[in-house]
Design a protein around this ligand. Structure first.
Ligand SMILES: Cc1ncc(C[n+]2csc(CCOP(=O)(O)OP(=O)(O)O)c2C)c(N)n1
Ligand SMILES: [Mg+2]
Length: 311
């Protein structure tokens, strides 16, 4: 990975992390008008894929949407105004965290209905195929594949060779239920491959791996290969919804979270960059953190000052 790209990926992941941490700080003030499903721990997936997208491509997201939208370049002020239910929000202050979108930036929208975005993505890709322009990335969790519409859409996309990258963010839980209590199969990749859809399982916390694998698959899709599928193994640090770690609910062992924190995608990249570019890396880390923190603080202040959304 060249140095410019590596630092760009770092910057994108850091932006997502700092936004989520700012939400954690702000949430207790009860000014944010929406439930939030935080993306902390999963940043490498959104950042690694977004780098391979072009302006005419689209993404479709889900309830855990922030990382996807921010990596795609959603305006921070519009993003925060949306969370605060204010005028100037990217969806006019009425959508909130789970119904956020920005067509101008290739973000079709997000859906709170688990798997609800998947057929919408297929529709977008059908239009793209008819117009011979662009591809669609559909992000969904390991819980979404428990819905019939996921399998129907997979079949439809393959049958019509639609330009779709299916991105399953396998964080091992749907709300508080682990995959082994929900999936009768050991590895979804085997089943998806049965549709003759190119399928890869990868470390979703390694941004270089995500960028490389998604780049290869996206190139194949652009060349007309039809849909491809990525299963990204990862872990969410926070509770299913809200800002706590919800360990008190007892559905996941405390040691599990600690282990995954040692696999932090941002720390991993910081270590790599520090080894590769000693001296320069630390300066870059500082300046990018400083830059994003100022942008975030400014966006939050403007969101707080703005008038509430109107009919
Ligand atoms: C059709 C439907 N069923 C149930 C819910 C409640 N619900 C919201 S998120 C969620 C879990 C989703 O898990 P997953 O797809 O793995 O995404 P993650 O939260 O892990 O990112 C559930 C069951 C819903 N919103 N929609
Ligand atoms: Mg999940």
């Amino acid at each position: 990975m060249d140095i410019t790209t590596a630092f760009y990926l770092y910057s994108t992941m850091l932006k997502i992390r700092l936004v989520e941490e700012a939400i954690v700080n702000e949430y207790p003030l009860q000014e944010i008008q929406t439930p939030v499903h935080l993306y902390i721990g999963q940043e490498a997936i959104a950042a690694g894929i977004a780098i391979n997208l072009q302006p005419h491509d689209f993404i479709v997201s889900n309830h855990r949407s922030h990382g996807h939208c921010l990596a795609r370049g959603m305006d921070l002020e519009g993003f925060f105004k949306e969370l605060y239910g204010k005028q100037g929000g990217v969806t006019s202050g009425w959508g909130g965290s789970m119904h956020i979108g920005d067509i101008e930036r290739g973000i079709i929208g997000t859906s709170a209905i688990v798997a609800g975005g998947i057929p919408i993505g297929a529709g977008v890709a059908l239009a793209q195929k008819m117009l011979s322009e662009g591809i669609t990335v559909i992000y969904f969790g390991d819980g979404a594949v428990d819905e019939g519409i996921f399998w129907e859409t997979l079949n439809f996309c393959k049958l019509n060779d639609l330009p779709v990258l299916f991105v399953m963010e396998d964080n091992h839980y749907a709300s508080q239920t682990p995959t082994e209590q929900r999936h009768a199969y050991a590895d979804i990749a085997h089943i998806v491959q049965g549709y003759e859809i190119p399928t890869l399982t990868l470390d979703g916390n390694n941004v270089f791996e995500v960028a490389k694998v998604s780049g290869n698959l996206i190139n194949r899709i652009r060349e007309g290969a039809g849909p491809c599928f990525m299963r990204c193994r990862t872990y969410r640090w926070k509770g299913h919804v809200g800002c706590s770690e919800d360990d008190d609910m007892g559905y996941r062992p405390a040691a599990e979270l600690s282990i995954w924190k040692t696999r932090c995608p941002i720390l991993w990249l910081e270590k790599y960059l520090t080894e590769q570019y000693p001296g320069k890396a630390e300066i870059e880390f500082f300046s990018r953190r400083d830059y994003w923190q100022r942008e975030i603080d400014s966006a939050i202040s403007k969101a707080k000052e703005a008038p509430y959304a109107v009919d």
